[in-house]
Design a protein around this ligand. Structure first.
Ligand code: 5GP
Length: 125
């Protein structure tokens, strides 16, 4: 079910549980600001989720409320993950669903990183 990105942060969401180590994940990378792990239901040969360690519902919440160090750390982590996975030369796609019309399902900011094959033109439907 799509979530309303204007709602307060719910610390029982699945990615909060992953961050607390209550649910296992296949970690690709982590540092002070971010955790990257394989999506449980991959939509491309490579499908990694990168999430901030702070409690932010969405891109909107994060871009409005995170401090500069968190934002810089998260953005650098997304780039580093793609670089370390060798995805810069073949190319990759980033996606951050935000709110109901985007069909965001997990109310903790996550950037999808898709790669591993030609991904075609960007489609909205
Ligand atoms: P959204 O639709 O919110 O942008 O994407 C949520 C993503 O989280 C989906 O691609 C879904 O497969 C993934 N996901 C949901 N639950 C889990 C989980 O428990 N573990 C992992 N690794 N991914 C999950």
């Amino acid at each position: 079910m799509a979530v309303d990105a204007t709602q307060p942060y719910d610390d029982q969401n699945i990615f909060a549980k992953i961050l607390r180590g209550e649910i296992p994940n296949k970690t690709v990378y982590q540092d002070e600001f971010a955790l990257a792990f394989h999506d449980i239901n991959p939509q491309a040969p490579t499908h990694v989720l990168v999430i901030p360690k702070g409690a932010y519902v969405s891109w909107d919440d994060f871009s409005a409320k995170a401090n500069d160090a968190e934002i810089a750390g998260f953005v650098r982590a997304v780039g580093l993950v793609a670089r370390q996975m060798g995805l810069v030369e073949p190319g990759y796609r980033l996606l951050a669903n935000t709110g109901i019309n985007s069909h965001q399902e997990v109310p903790h900011l996550h950037v999808h990183l898709f790669a591993g094959q030609p991904l075609g033109p960007m489609l909205v439907r």
